[in-house]
Design a protein around this ligand. Sequence first.
Ligand code: NAD
Length: 279
Amino acid sequence: MGTSISESRQTAAYPLLKGQKALVTGANSGIGKATAIGLGKVGADVVVNYVSDRESAEAVVREIESFGVRAYAHEADVSQENQVAEMISRMVDEFGTIDVLVANAGLQRDAAATDMTLAQWQKVLDVNLTGQFLCAREAAKEFLRRGVVPEVSKSAGKIICMSSVHQIIPWAGHVNYAASKGGVLMMMQTLAQEFAPHKIRVNAVAPGAIRTPINRDAWDSPAAEADLLRLIPYRRVGDPEDIATAVAALASDLFDYVVGATLYVDGGMTLFPGFATGG
Ligand code: NAD
């Protein structure tokens, strides 16, 4: 009765984030893509950040729009200060504000420590740690400017850092990556402490092994997958949607009292699986 198709679609989904404006970085692949789509599905308008491959970002936008919410793609390198500032300022122009930041963009440049070049070290730190800081800083400025709008959310803003089980599990051959994620843990907790009095919630999601292009070698042959499953008590490699649902829940008011926490979404990978039969 007078309800447009897009409105009825939106009501059909569980509108956990109805009316909220979300930015997901690195949203044209893997976990970021599933998360951007997942947030759209629960009612958020979404900015789909990408650094390369515009077409895949536009495909994510179209999928999000099919839920009756708004979306657009924005090209920016999260490690570049001016590009991040520009991205948030355009979002405020187009959507009016930002309510949820998912600082997801990340990469690996693996090498044995003695072979690792300074460029490999620096690139991973620049994107995985500095990139998250720059996005969090710019989003927080807008959260502070706007404050709480009770009809939208109990908090003034939510920042979700995409960390990794490697924020606490050392990882030989990946010292740059493990150091970046260890840094994300302390950055997230410090920002959570600093911003909490302003009603801004900062938390992290720490995925275990999720089937995405970043770790294809670890799961794309039966032998590799069997090897990987030994590290996962739940005996299943995760899907990007496992992370997307965790992010949506954590960003919603259902989790309003969760501040400075890491939600491990890892099938038990952080439970010291080697001790299940030994120790
Ligand atoms: P992915 O390679 O599919 O996606 C990474 C995304 O980040 C891509 O869209 C890529 O273009 C983007 N990106 C890279 N550099 C960027 C930059 N400078 N600016 C903007 N975007 C940039 O990998 P994924 O597995 O989806 O990884 C997403 C996040 O999840 C990363 O932070 C990763 O560390 C984390 N993570 C993944 C796993 C896993 O098992 N897949 C486990 C733990 C943590």
